[in-house]
Design a protein around this ligand. Sequence first.
Ligand SMILES: *[C@@H]1O[C@H](CO)[C@@H](O)[C@H](O)[C@H]1NC(C)=O
Ligand SMILES: *[C@@H]1O[C@H](CO)[C@@H](O)[C@H](O)[C@H]1NC(C)=O
Ligand SMILES: *[C@@H]1O[C@H](CO)[C@@H](O)[C@H](O)[C@H]1NC(C)=O
Length: 708
Amino acid sequence: MGSEFSVKKMNFMFWVLMVLVIETQLIRCSVTYDRKALVINGQRKILISGSIHYPRSTPEMWEDLIMKAKEGGLDVIDTYVFWNGHEPSPGNYNFEGRYDLVRFLKIIQKAGLYAHLRIGPYICGEWNFGGFPVWLKYIPGISFRTDNGPFKFHPTIIYYYQAHEAMQSFTEKIVDLMKSHNLFQSQGGPIILSQIENEYGKQRESIGEDGYNYMVWAANMAVRTQTGVPWIMCKDDETPDPLINTCNGFYCHQFTPNRPYKPKLWTEAWSGWFTEFGGSISQRPVQDLAFAVARFIQTGGSLVNYYMYHGGTNFGRTAGGPFITTSYDYDAPLDEYGLIRQPKFGHLRELHKAIKLCEKALVAAEPLVTDLGPLQQAHVFYPEKGGCAAFLANYDTKSGARVMFNNRHYSLPPWSISILPDCRNVVFNTAKVGVQTSHMEMVPSGADIIEWESYNEDILALGDGSTITAIGLLDQLNMTRDSTDYLWYRTSVEIDPSEHFLHSGELPTLVMKSTGHAVHVFVNGKHIGSAFGARKDRKVNFSEKVNLQPGANKISLLSVAVGLPNVGAHFERWDMGILGPVVLHGLNQGQRDLSSNRWTYQVGLKGESMNLASPNSVSMARWMDSKLAVQNQQPLMWHKSYFDAPEGDEPLALDMKSMGKGQVWINGQSIGRYWTTEARGDCKNCTYAGRFKPPNCQVGCGKPSQRW
Ligand SMILES: *[C@@H]1O[C@H](CO)[C@@H](O)[C@H](O)[C@H]1NC(C)=O
Ligand SMILES: *[C@@H]1O[C@H](CO)[C@@H](O)[C@H](O)[C@H]1NC(C)=O
Ligand SMILES: *[C@@H]1O[C@H](CO)[C@@H](O)[C@H](O)[C@H]1NC(C)=O
């Protein structure tokens, strides 16, 4: 008896202990997941989310954007974290202005919404260098996004920079910052989900074992930060537990998580596509987007994130690419300026309402699928506890269908899904848009800029102390470390008076290759031509006749970066700029290779070193009246003017139609690059035509890709 009693008592005590453990876990860890959904404070949720990237708008816009997103039926705001914005040099952090991440998250919290923090810290995102700080490339022995000590966290970095700033350190820095402001849901904050790495699957496969080991390391490192909320990886089927693998794409209904106990989440439902200089503008019809979302939900999906919900602007030199435009509008429900884009915004809002009416059934049952016709299906959620929700789908892109469901007739337009929150009444069909189309129109602000002053950029100047001389051609990024888009390559060519061409008039040709992205060529101070790469092939070929004089000739090549690439493998191996060969053809000797000449390098433009873009710069620059400047026909020029800010707080844009290529500053802040090159390619108007994949619907051909 005695012993039996003591055993029972021990059991009891054990039981009490277990309850305590479970209870503390519930309090501490308020976001979990199961095979159906994310579970927040014990409740499964269908979550509608939208990407809004904080540095792609101004802090003054954030509250308005987030409130509009809430009105559009969003539960979650999703953002990447922008490493190169937050750590411009090793150990020097910036969380101010557009990079005030804490303020952004607190606005989300105040609005009563959740947040998904996609730390990466590789983020791709058409963002300069995929979010990596360029200084990372110059850490000895580094290899990006693989099983590599210096990249992950290695002590060599501590040795070189007296700080730990590789992937682990940055991730921990961000998590600690969030924790210190109680921003995780487990602390009562808005963050319910975090992402480590980004679209790593293909990369991992190409790297092999090191890629796999790195992925596992990244997952474990993330979990060890103990945020109390789940971590995800997107687009990688091997994502290890407890991380959730998620889908990115135009459609994700066919996606299944890699374990049966993980929910089906869609981290990037592409609302449109980005634009590149020289490219047309993609538009994704809202009917197709709504169809894709409904199809994902009907197949058991429980979180959809629109990428983008507000795309915004790539201010300064933050655009990736190369050649991604300053506008990152993305045909999102909120346009670049934060204005509501109809019918996209309104139609999706109605979709979200319809989905929310089904939420109880969706999280409580598996879909029962029945065929209603050759290309028609019903997905029915019929929980044991009662309730019923149904999705009736027509996958035919051309023809509508009349189907029979629960002894009733329903008409389904082509490529559409009807939502029936009670399995009887249709509250929404993805193809039936009841919202008026909005037409955004630019109107003159009254702030016409008439008076201009100009400053000639110095093309020939050398030896002001900021130059480096070397034998041979050097890598541009290594020289500039991305402190500027510009690097001058200058050399001198001696022409003998006996050269045949001086008498025959058969001019020699300067032939040159650059690894990117653009180049302007000057001979003896005269612009003889320019050449440009493209986003897909950033290499540049240049070939032009040149007029050389007997004696010394100055060849000045201005190599221009137009946004560092944001996608690909082995960032550490990328080179850029004029790496040769640079060759003169048509001389007496045939060709003369200038590649191993003595070259003088100057980082940046003279106007940059004089800080001409700053309104406070006190400089010796000789500005002249622009009318004189125009007569001069100088190809590289700075222009400045003053204007009175228009009244009110409407969005304001600059019309750059009359300009060429360059950068714009207002009150010393760079608002981005411009290039008025026209959009090439085939345009196809966006009348709704079913299945979407760019370039399905393209507009703007023959016009500048970005005028405003
Ligand atoms: C960068 O430039 C420095 C000095 O010019 C040179 O020593 C170094 O090898 C270069 N690094 C790379 C990666 O090209
Ligand atoms: C540049 O020249 C190479 C051959 O030298 C060629 O393969 C490549 O397509 C050219 N690039 C462009 C943009 O014309
Ligand atoms: C597309 O629509 C615009 C405006 O309605 C029109 O000007 C343009 O010609 C159309 N383009 C094509 C290729 O149909």
